[in-house]
Design a protein around this ligand. Structure first.
Ligand code: TYM
Length: 360
């Protein structure tokens, strides 16, 4: 099948070279268990998801044991359409394969098809504290404009389900974008508390956040992150945006004062565009700055649009090709769920035993 792209790129990461604590099977990051997830809240992911997360996932699968999950249960934390959800899950799985996830090397599956996630989530709910959940900025942001009586409890418990996702696999390394940093901190606290109270059970997961591109900003406002739940359609580029839409969005993207194409704290908009340019062409920012040394923002934006179109074109055709063969995608997801279940089931056996869920 021509569906799977092999290949990887290496980057600098905050946690490169760090080792998990002693006592777990894997001695070092030379071979770690990796877990990460993406919500199926849109037809396809946006460029921020790719640069902040999937790009690392693709590279990690060369060396590590990876579990990548379409977290459909997380999508229930905000209102959803039952007619669309399944379709979105399938499209998100197809997007991951089109981005370079190879289901022969990585376990790719839907969260709701492995019941251990919800079982462990309840147990970890009983290990988590209201104080720590109330401090989550994502919860505060998403519930800010809602009356207390109408804030969904799922939104509040969301990070506990995330902890269950990773811990069900005894995940060690969690590649995410910067917006998940606080959730990872909470996950670590829950794992440590569980280990302290019931005996060493889980490795304490390490965040794996890229040094560049961990927070891709909105094209129309470089002070806010690129965000699929925003109501400003020009804030982001969807992975399946056609060329004319990419050109239009980049042409409208906010720039900074001055005219030099250089990165820096005084140039948040150009820095963001340079980061995107570098990620999709796999070149260093400095090389792109040099290329546009004597040119202005207009040329730079034109170059960026074409680079994005070149990058998104192959994604788009692979994505459509994968969706065109639903039988094959079902096979991939069935075998992913079966492999995931084996591992999660084993973890749950020891969790149940340790916390006393047994007959005597
Ligand atoms: P989600 O679906 O919002 O996003 C998927 C991944 O994309 C990253 N991301 C970004 N990176 C850079 N710039 C941006 N503007 C940007 N927007 C999103 C996110 O950081 C994420 O890595 N809660 C998670 C999904 C999840 C999960 C997990 C992750 C559920 N369980 C267990 C890791 C481990 C989420 O909603 O991601």
């Amino acid at each position: 099948m021509g569906l799977y792209r092999r290949g990887s790129r290496s980057h600098d990461f905050e946690n490169k070279g760090r080792r998990p604590q002693a006592g777990f099977e894997k001695g070092s990051w030379e071979m770690a268990r990796v877990f990460s997830g993406v919500q199926p809240t849109a037809e396809v992911p946006h460029l921020g998801n790719y640069i902040g997360a999937f790009r690392q996932w693709v590279a990690l699968q060369d060396q590590h044991e990876c579990f990548f999950c379409v977290v459909d249960l997380h999508s229930l934390t905000v209102p959803w359409d039952p007619k669309l959800l399944g379709q979105r899950s399938r499209q998100t799985a197809a997007s991951l394969i089109a981005s370079g996830i190879d289901p022969e090397r990585s376990v790719l599956f839907l969260q709701s098809e492995v019941a251990e996630h919800t079982e462990l989530s309840w147990i970890l709910t009983c290990v988590s504290r209201m104080g720590e959940l109330s401090r989550m900025t994502q919860f505060k942001d998403k519930s800010r404009n809602l009356e207390r009586d109408s804030i969904g409890t799922g939104l509040y418990m969301y990070p506990v389900l995330m902890a269950a996702d990773v811990l069900a696999y005894r995940g060690e390394l969690v590649p995410v974008g910067d917006d998940q940093r606080q959730h990872l901190e909470l996950m670590r606290n829950i794992a440590e508390r569980f280990n302290r109270d019931f005996g060493e059970t889980f490795p304490v997961p390490e965040p794996y956040i890229p040094a560049e591109g961990a927070r891709i900003m909105a094209l129309d406002d470089p002070t806010r992150k690129m965000d699929k739940s925003s109501d400003r359609p020009n804030n982001l580029i969807w992975m399946n945006d056609p060329p004319e839409v990419v050109r239009r969005k980049i042409a409208r993207a906010v720039t900074d004062s001055g005219r030099e194409v250089t990165a820096g704290s005084d140039k948040p908009a150009i820095t963001n565009l340079l980061t995107i340019y570098a990620a999709v062409t796999d070149r260093p920012v400095a090389a792109i700055e040099r290329e546009y040394e004597d040119k202005g923002y207009g040329d730079f934006k034109m170059g960026l649009s074409e680079a994005l179109i070149d990058f998104l074109g192959p994604f788009r055709s692979r994505y459509l090709e994968i969706l065109d063969d639903p039988g094959q995608l079902d096979k991939v997801l069935d075998s992913g769920a079966a492999r995931a279940k084996e591992v999660a089931h084993q973890t749950m056996q020891s969790v149940r035993e340790r916390i006393g869920l047994r007959r005597s």
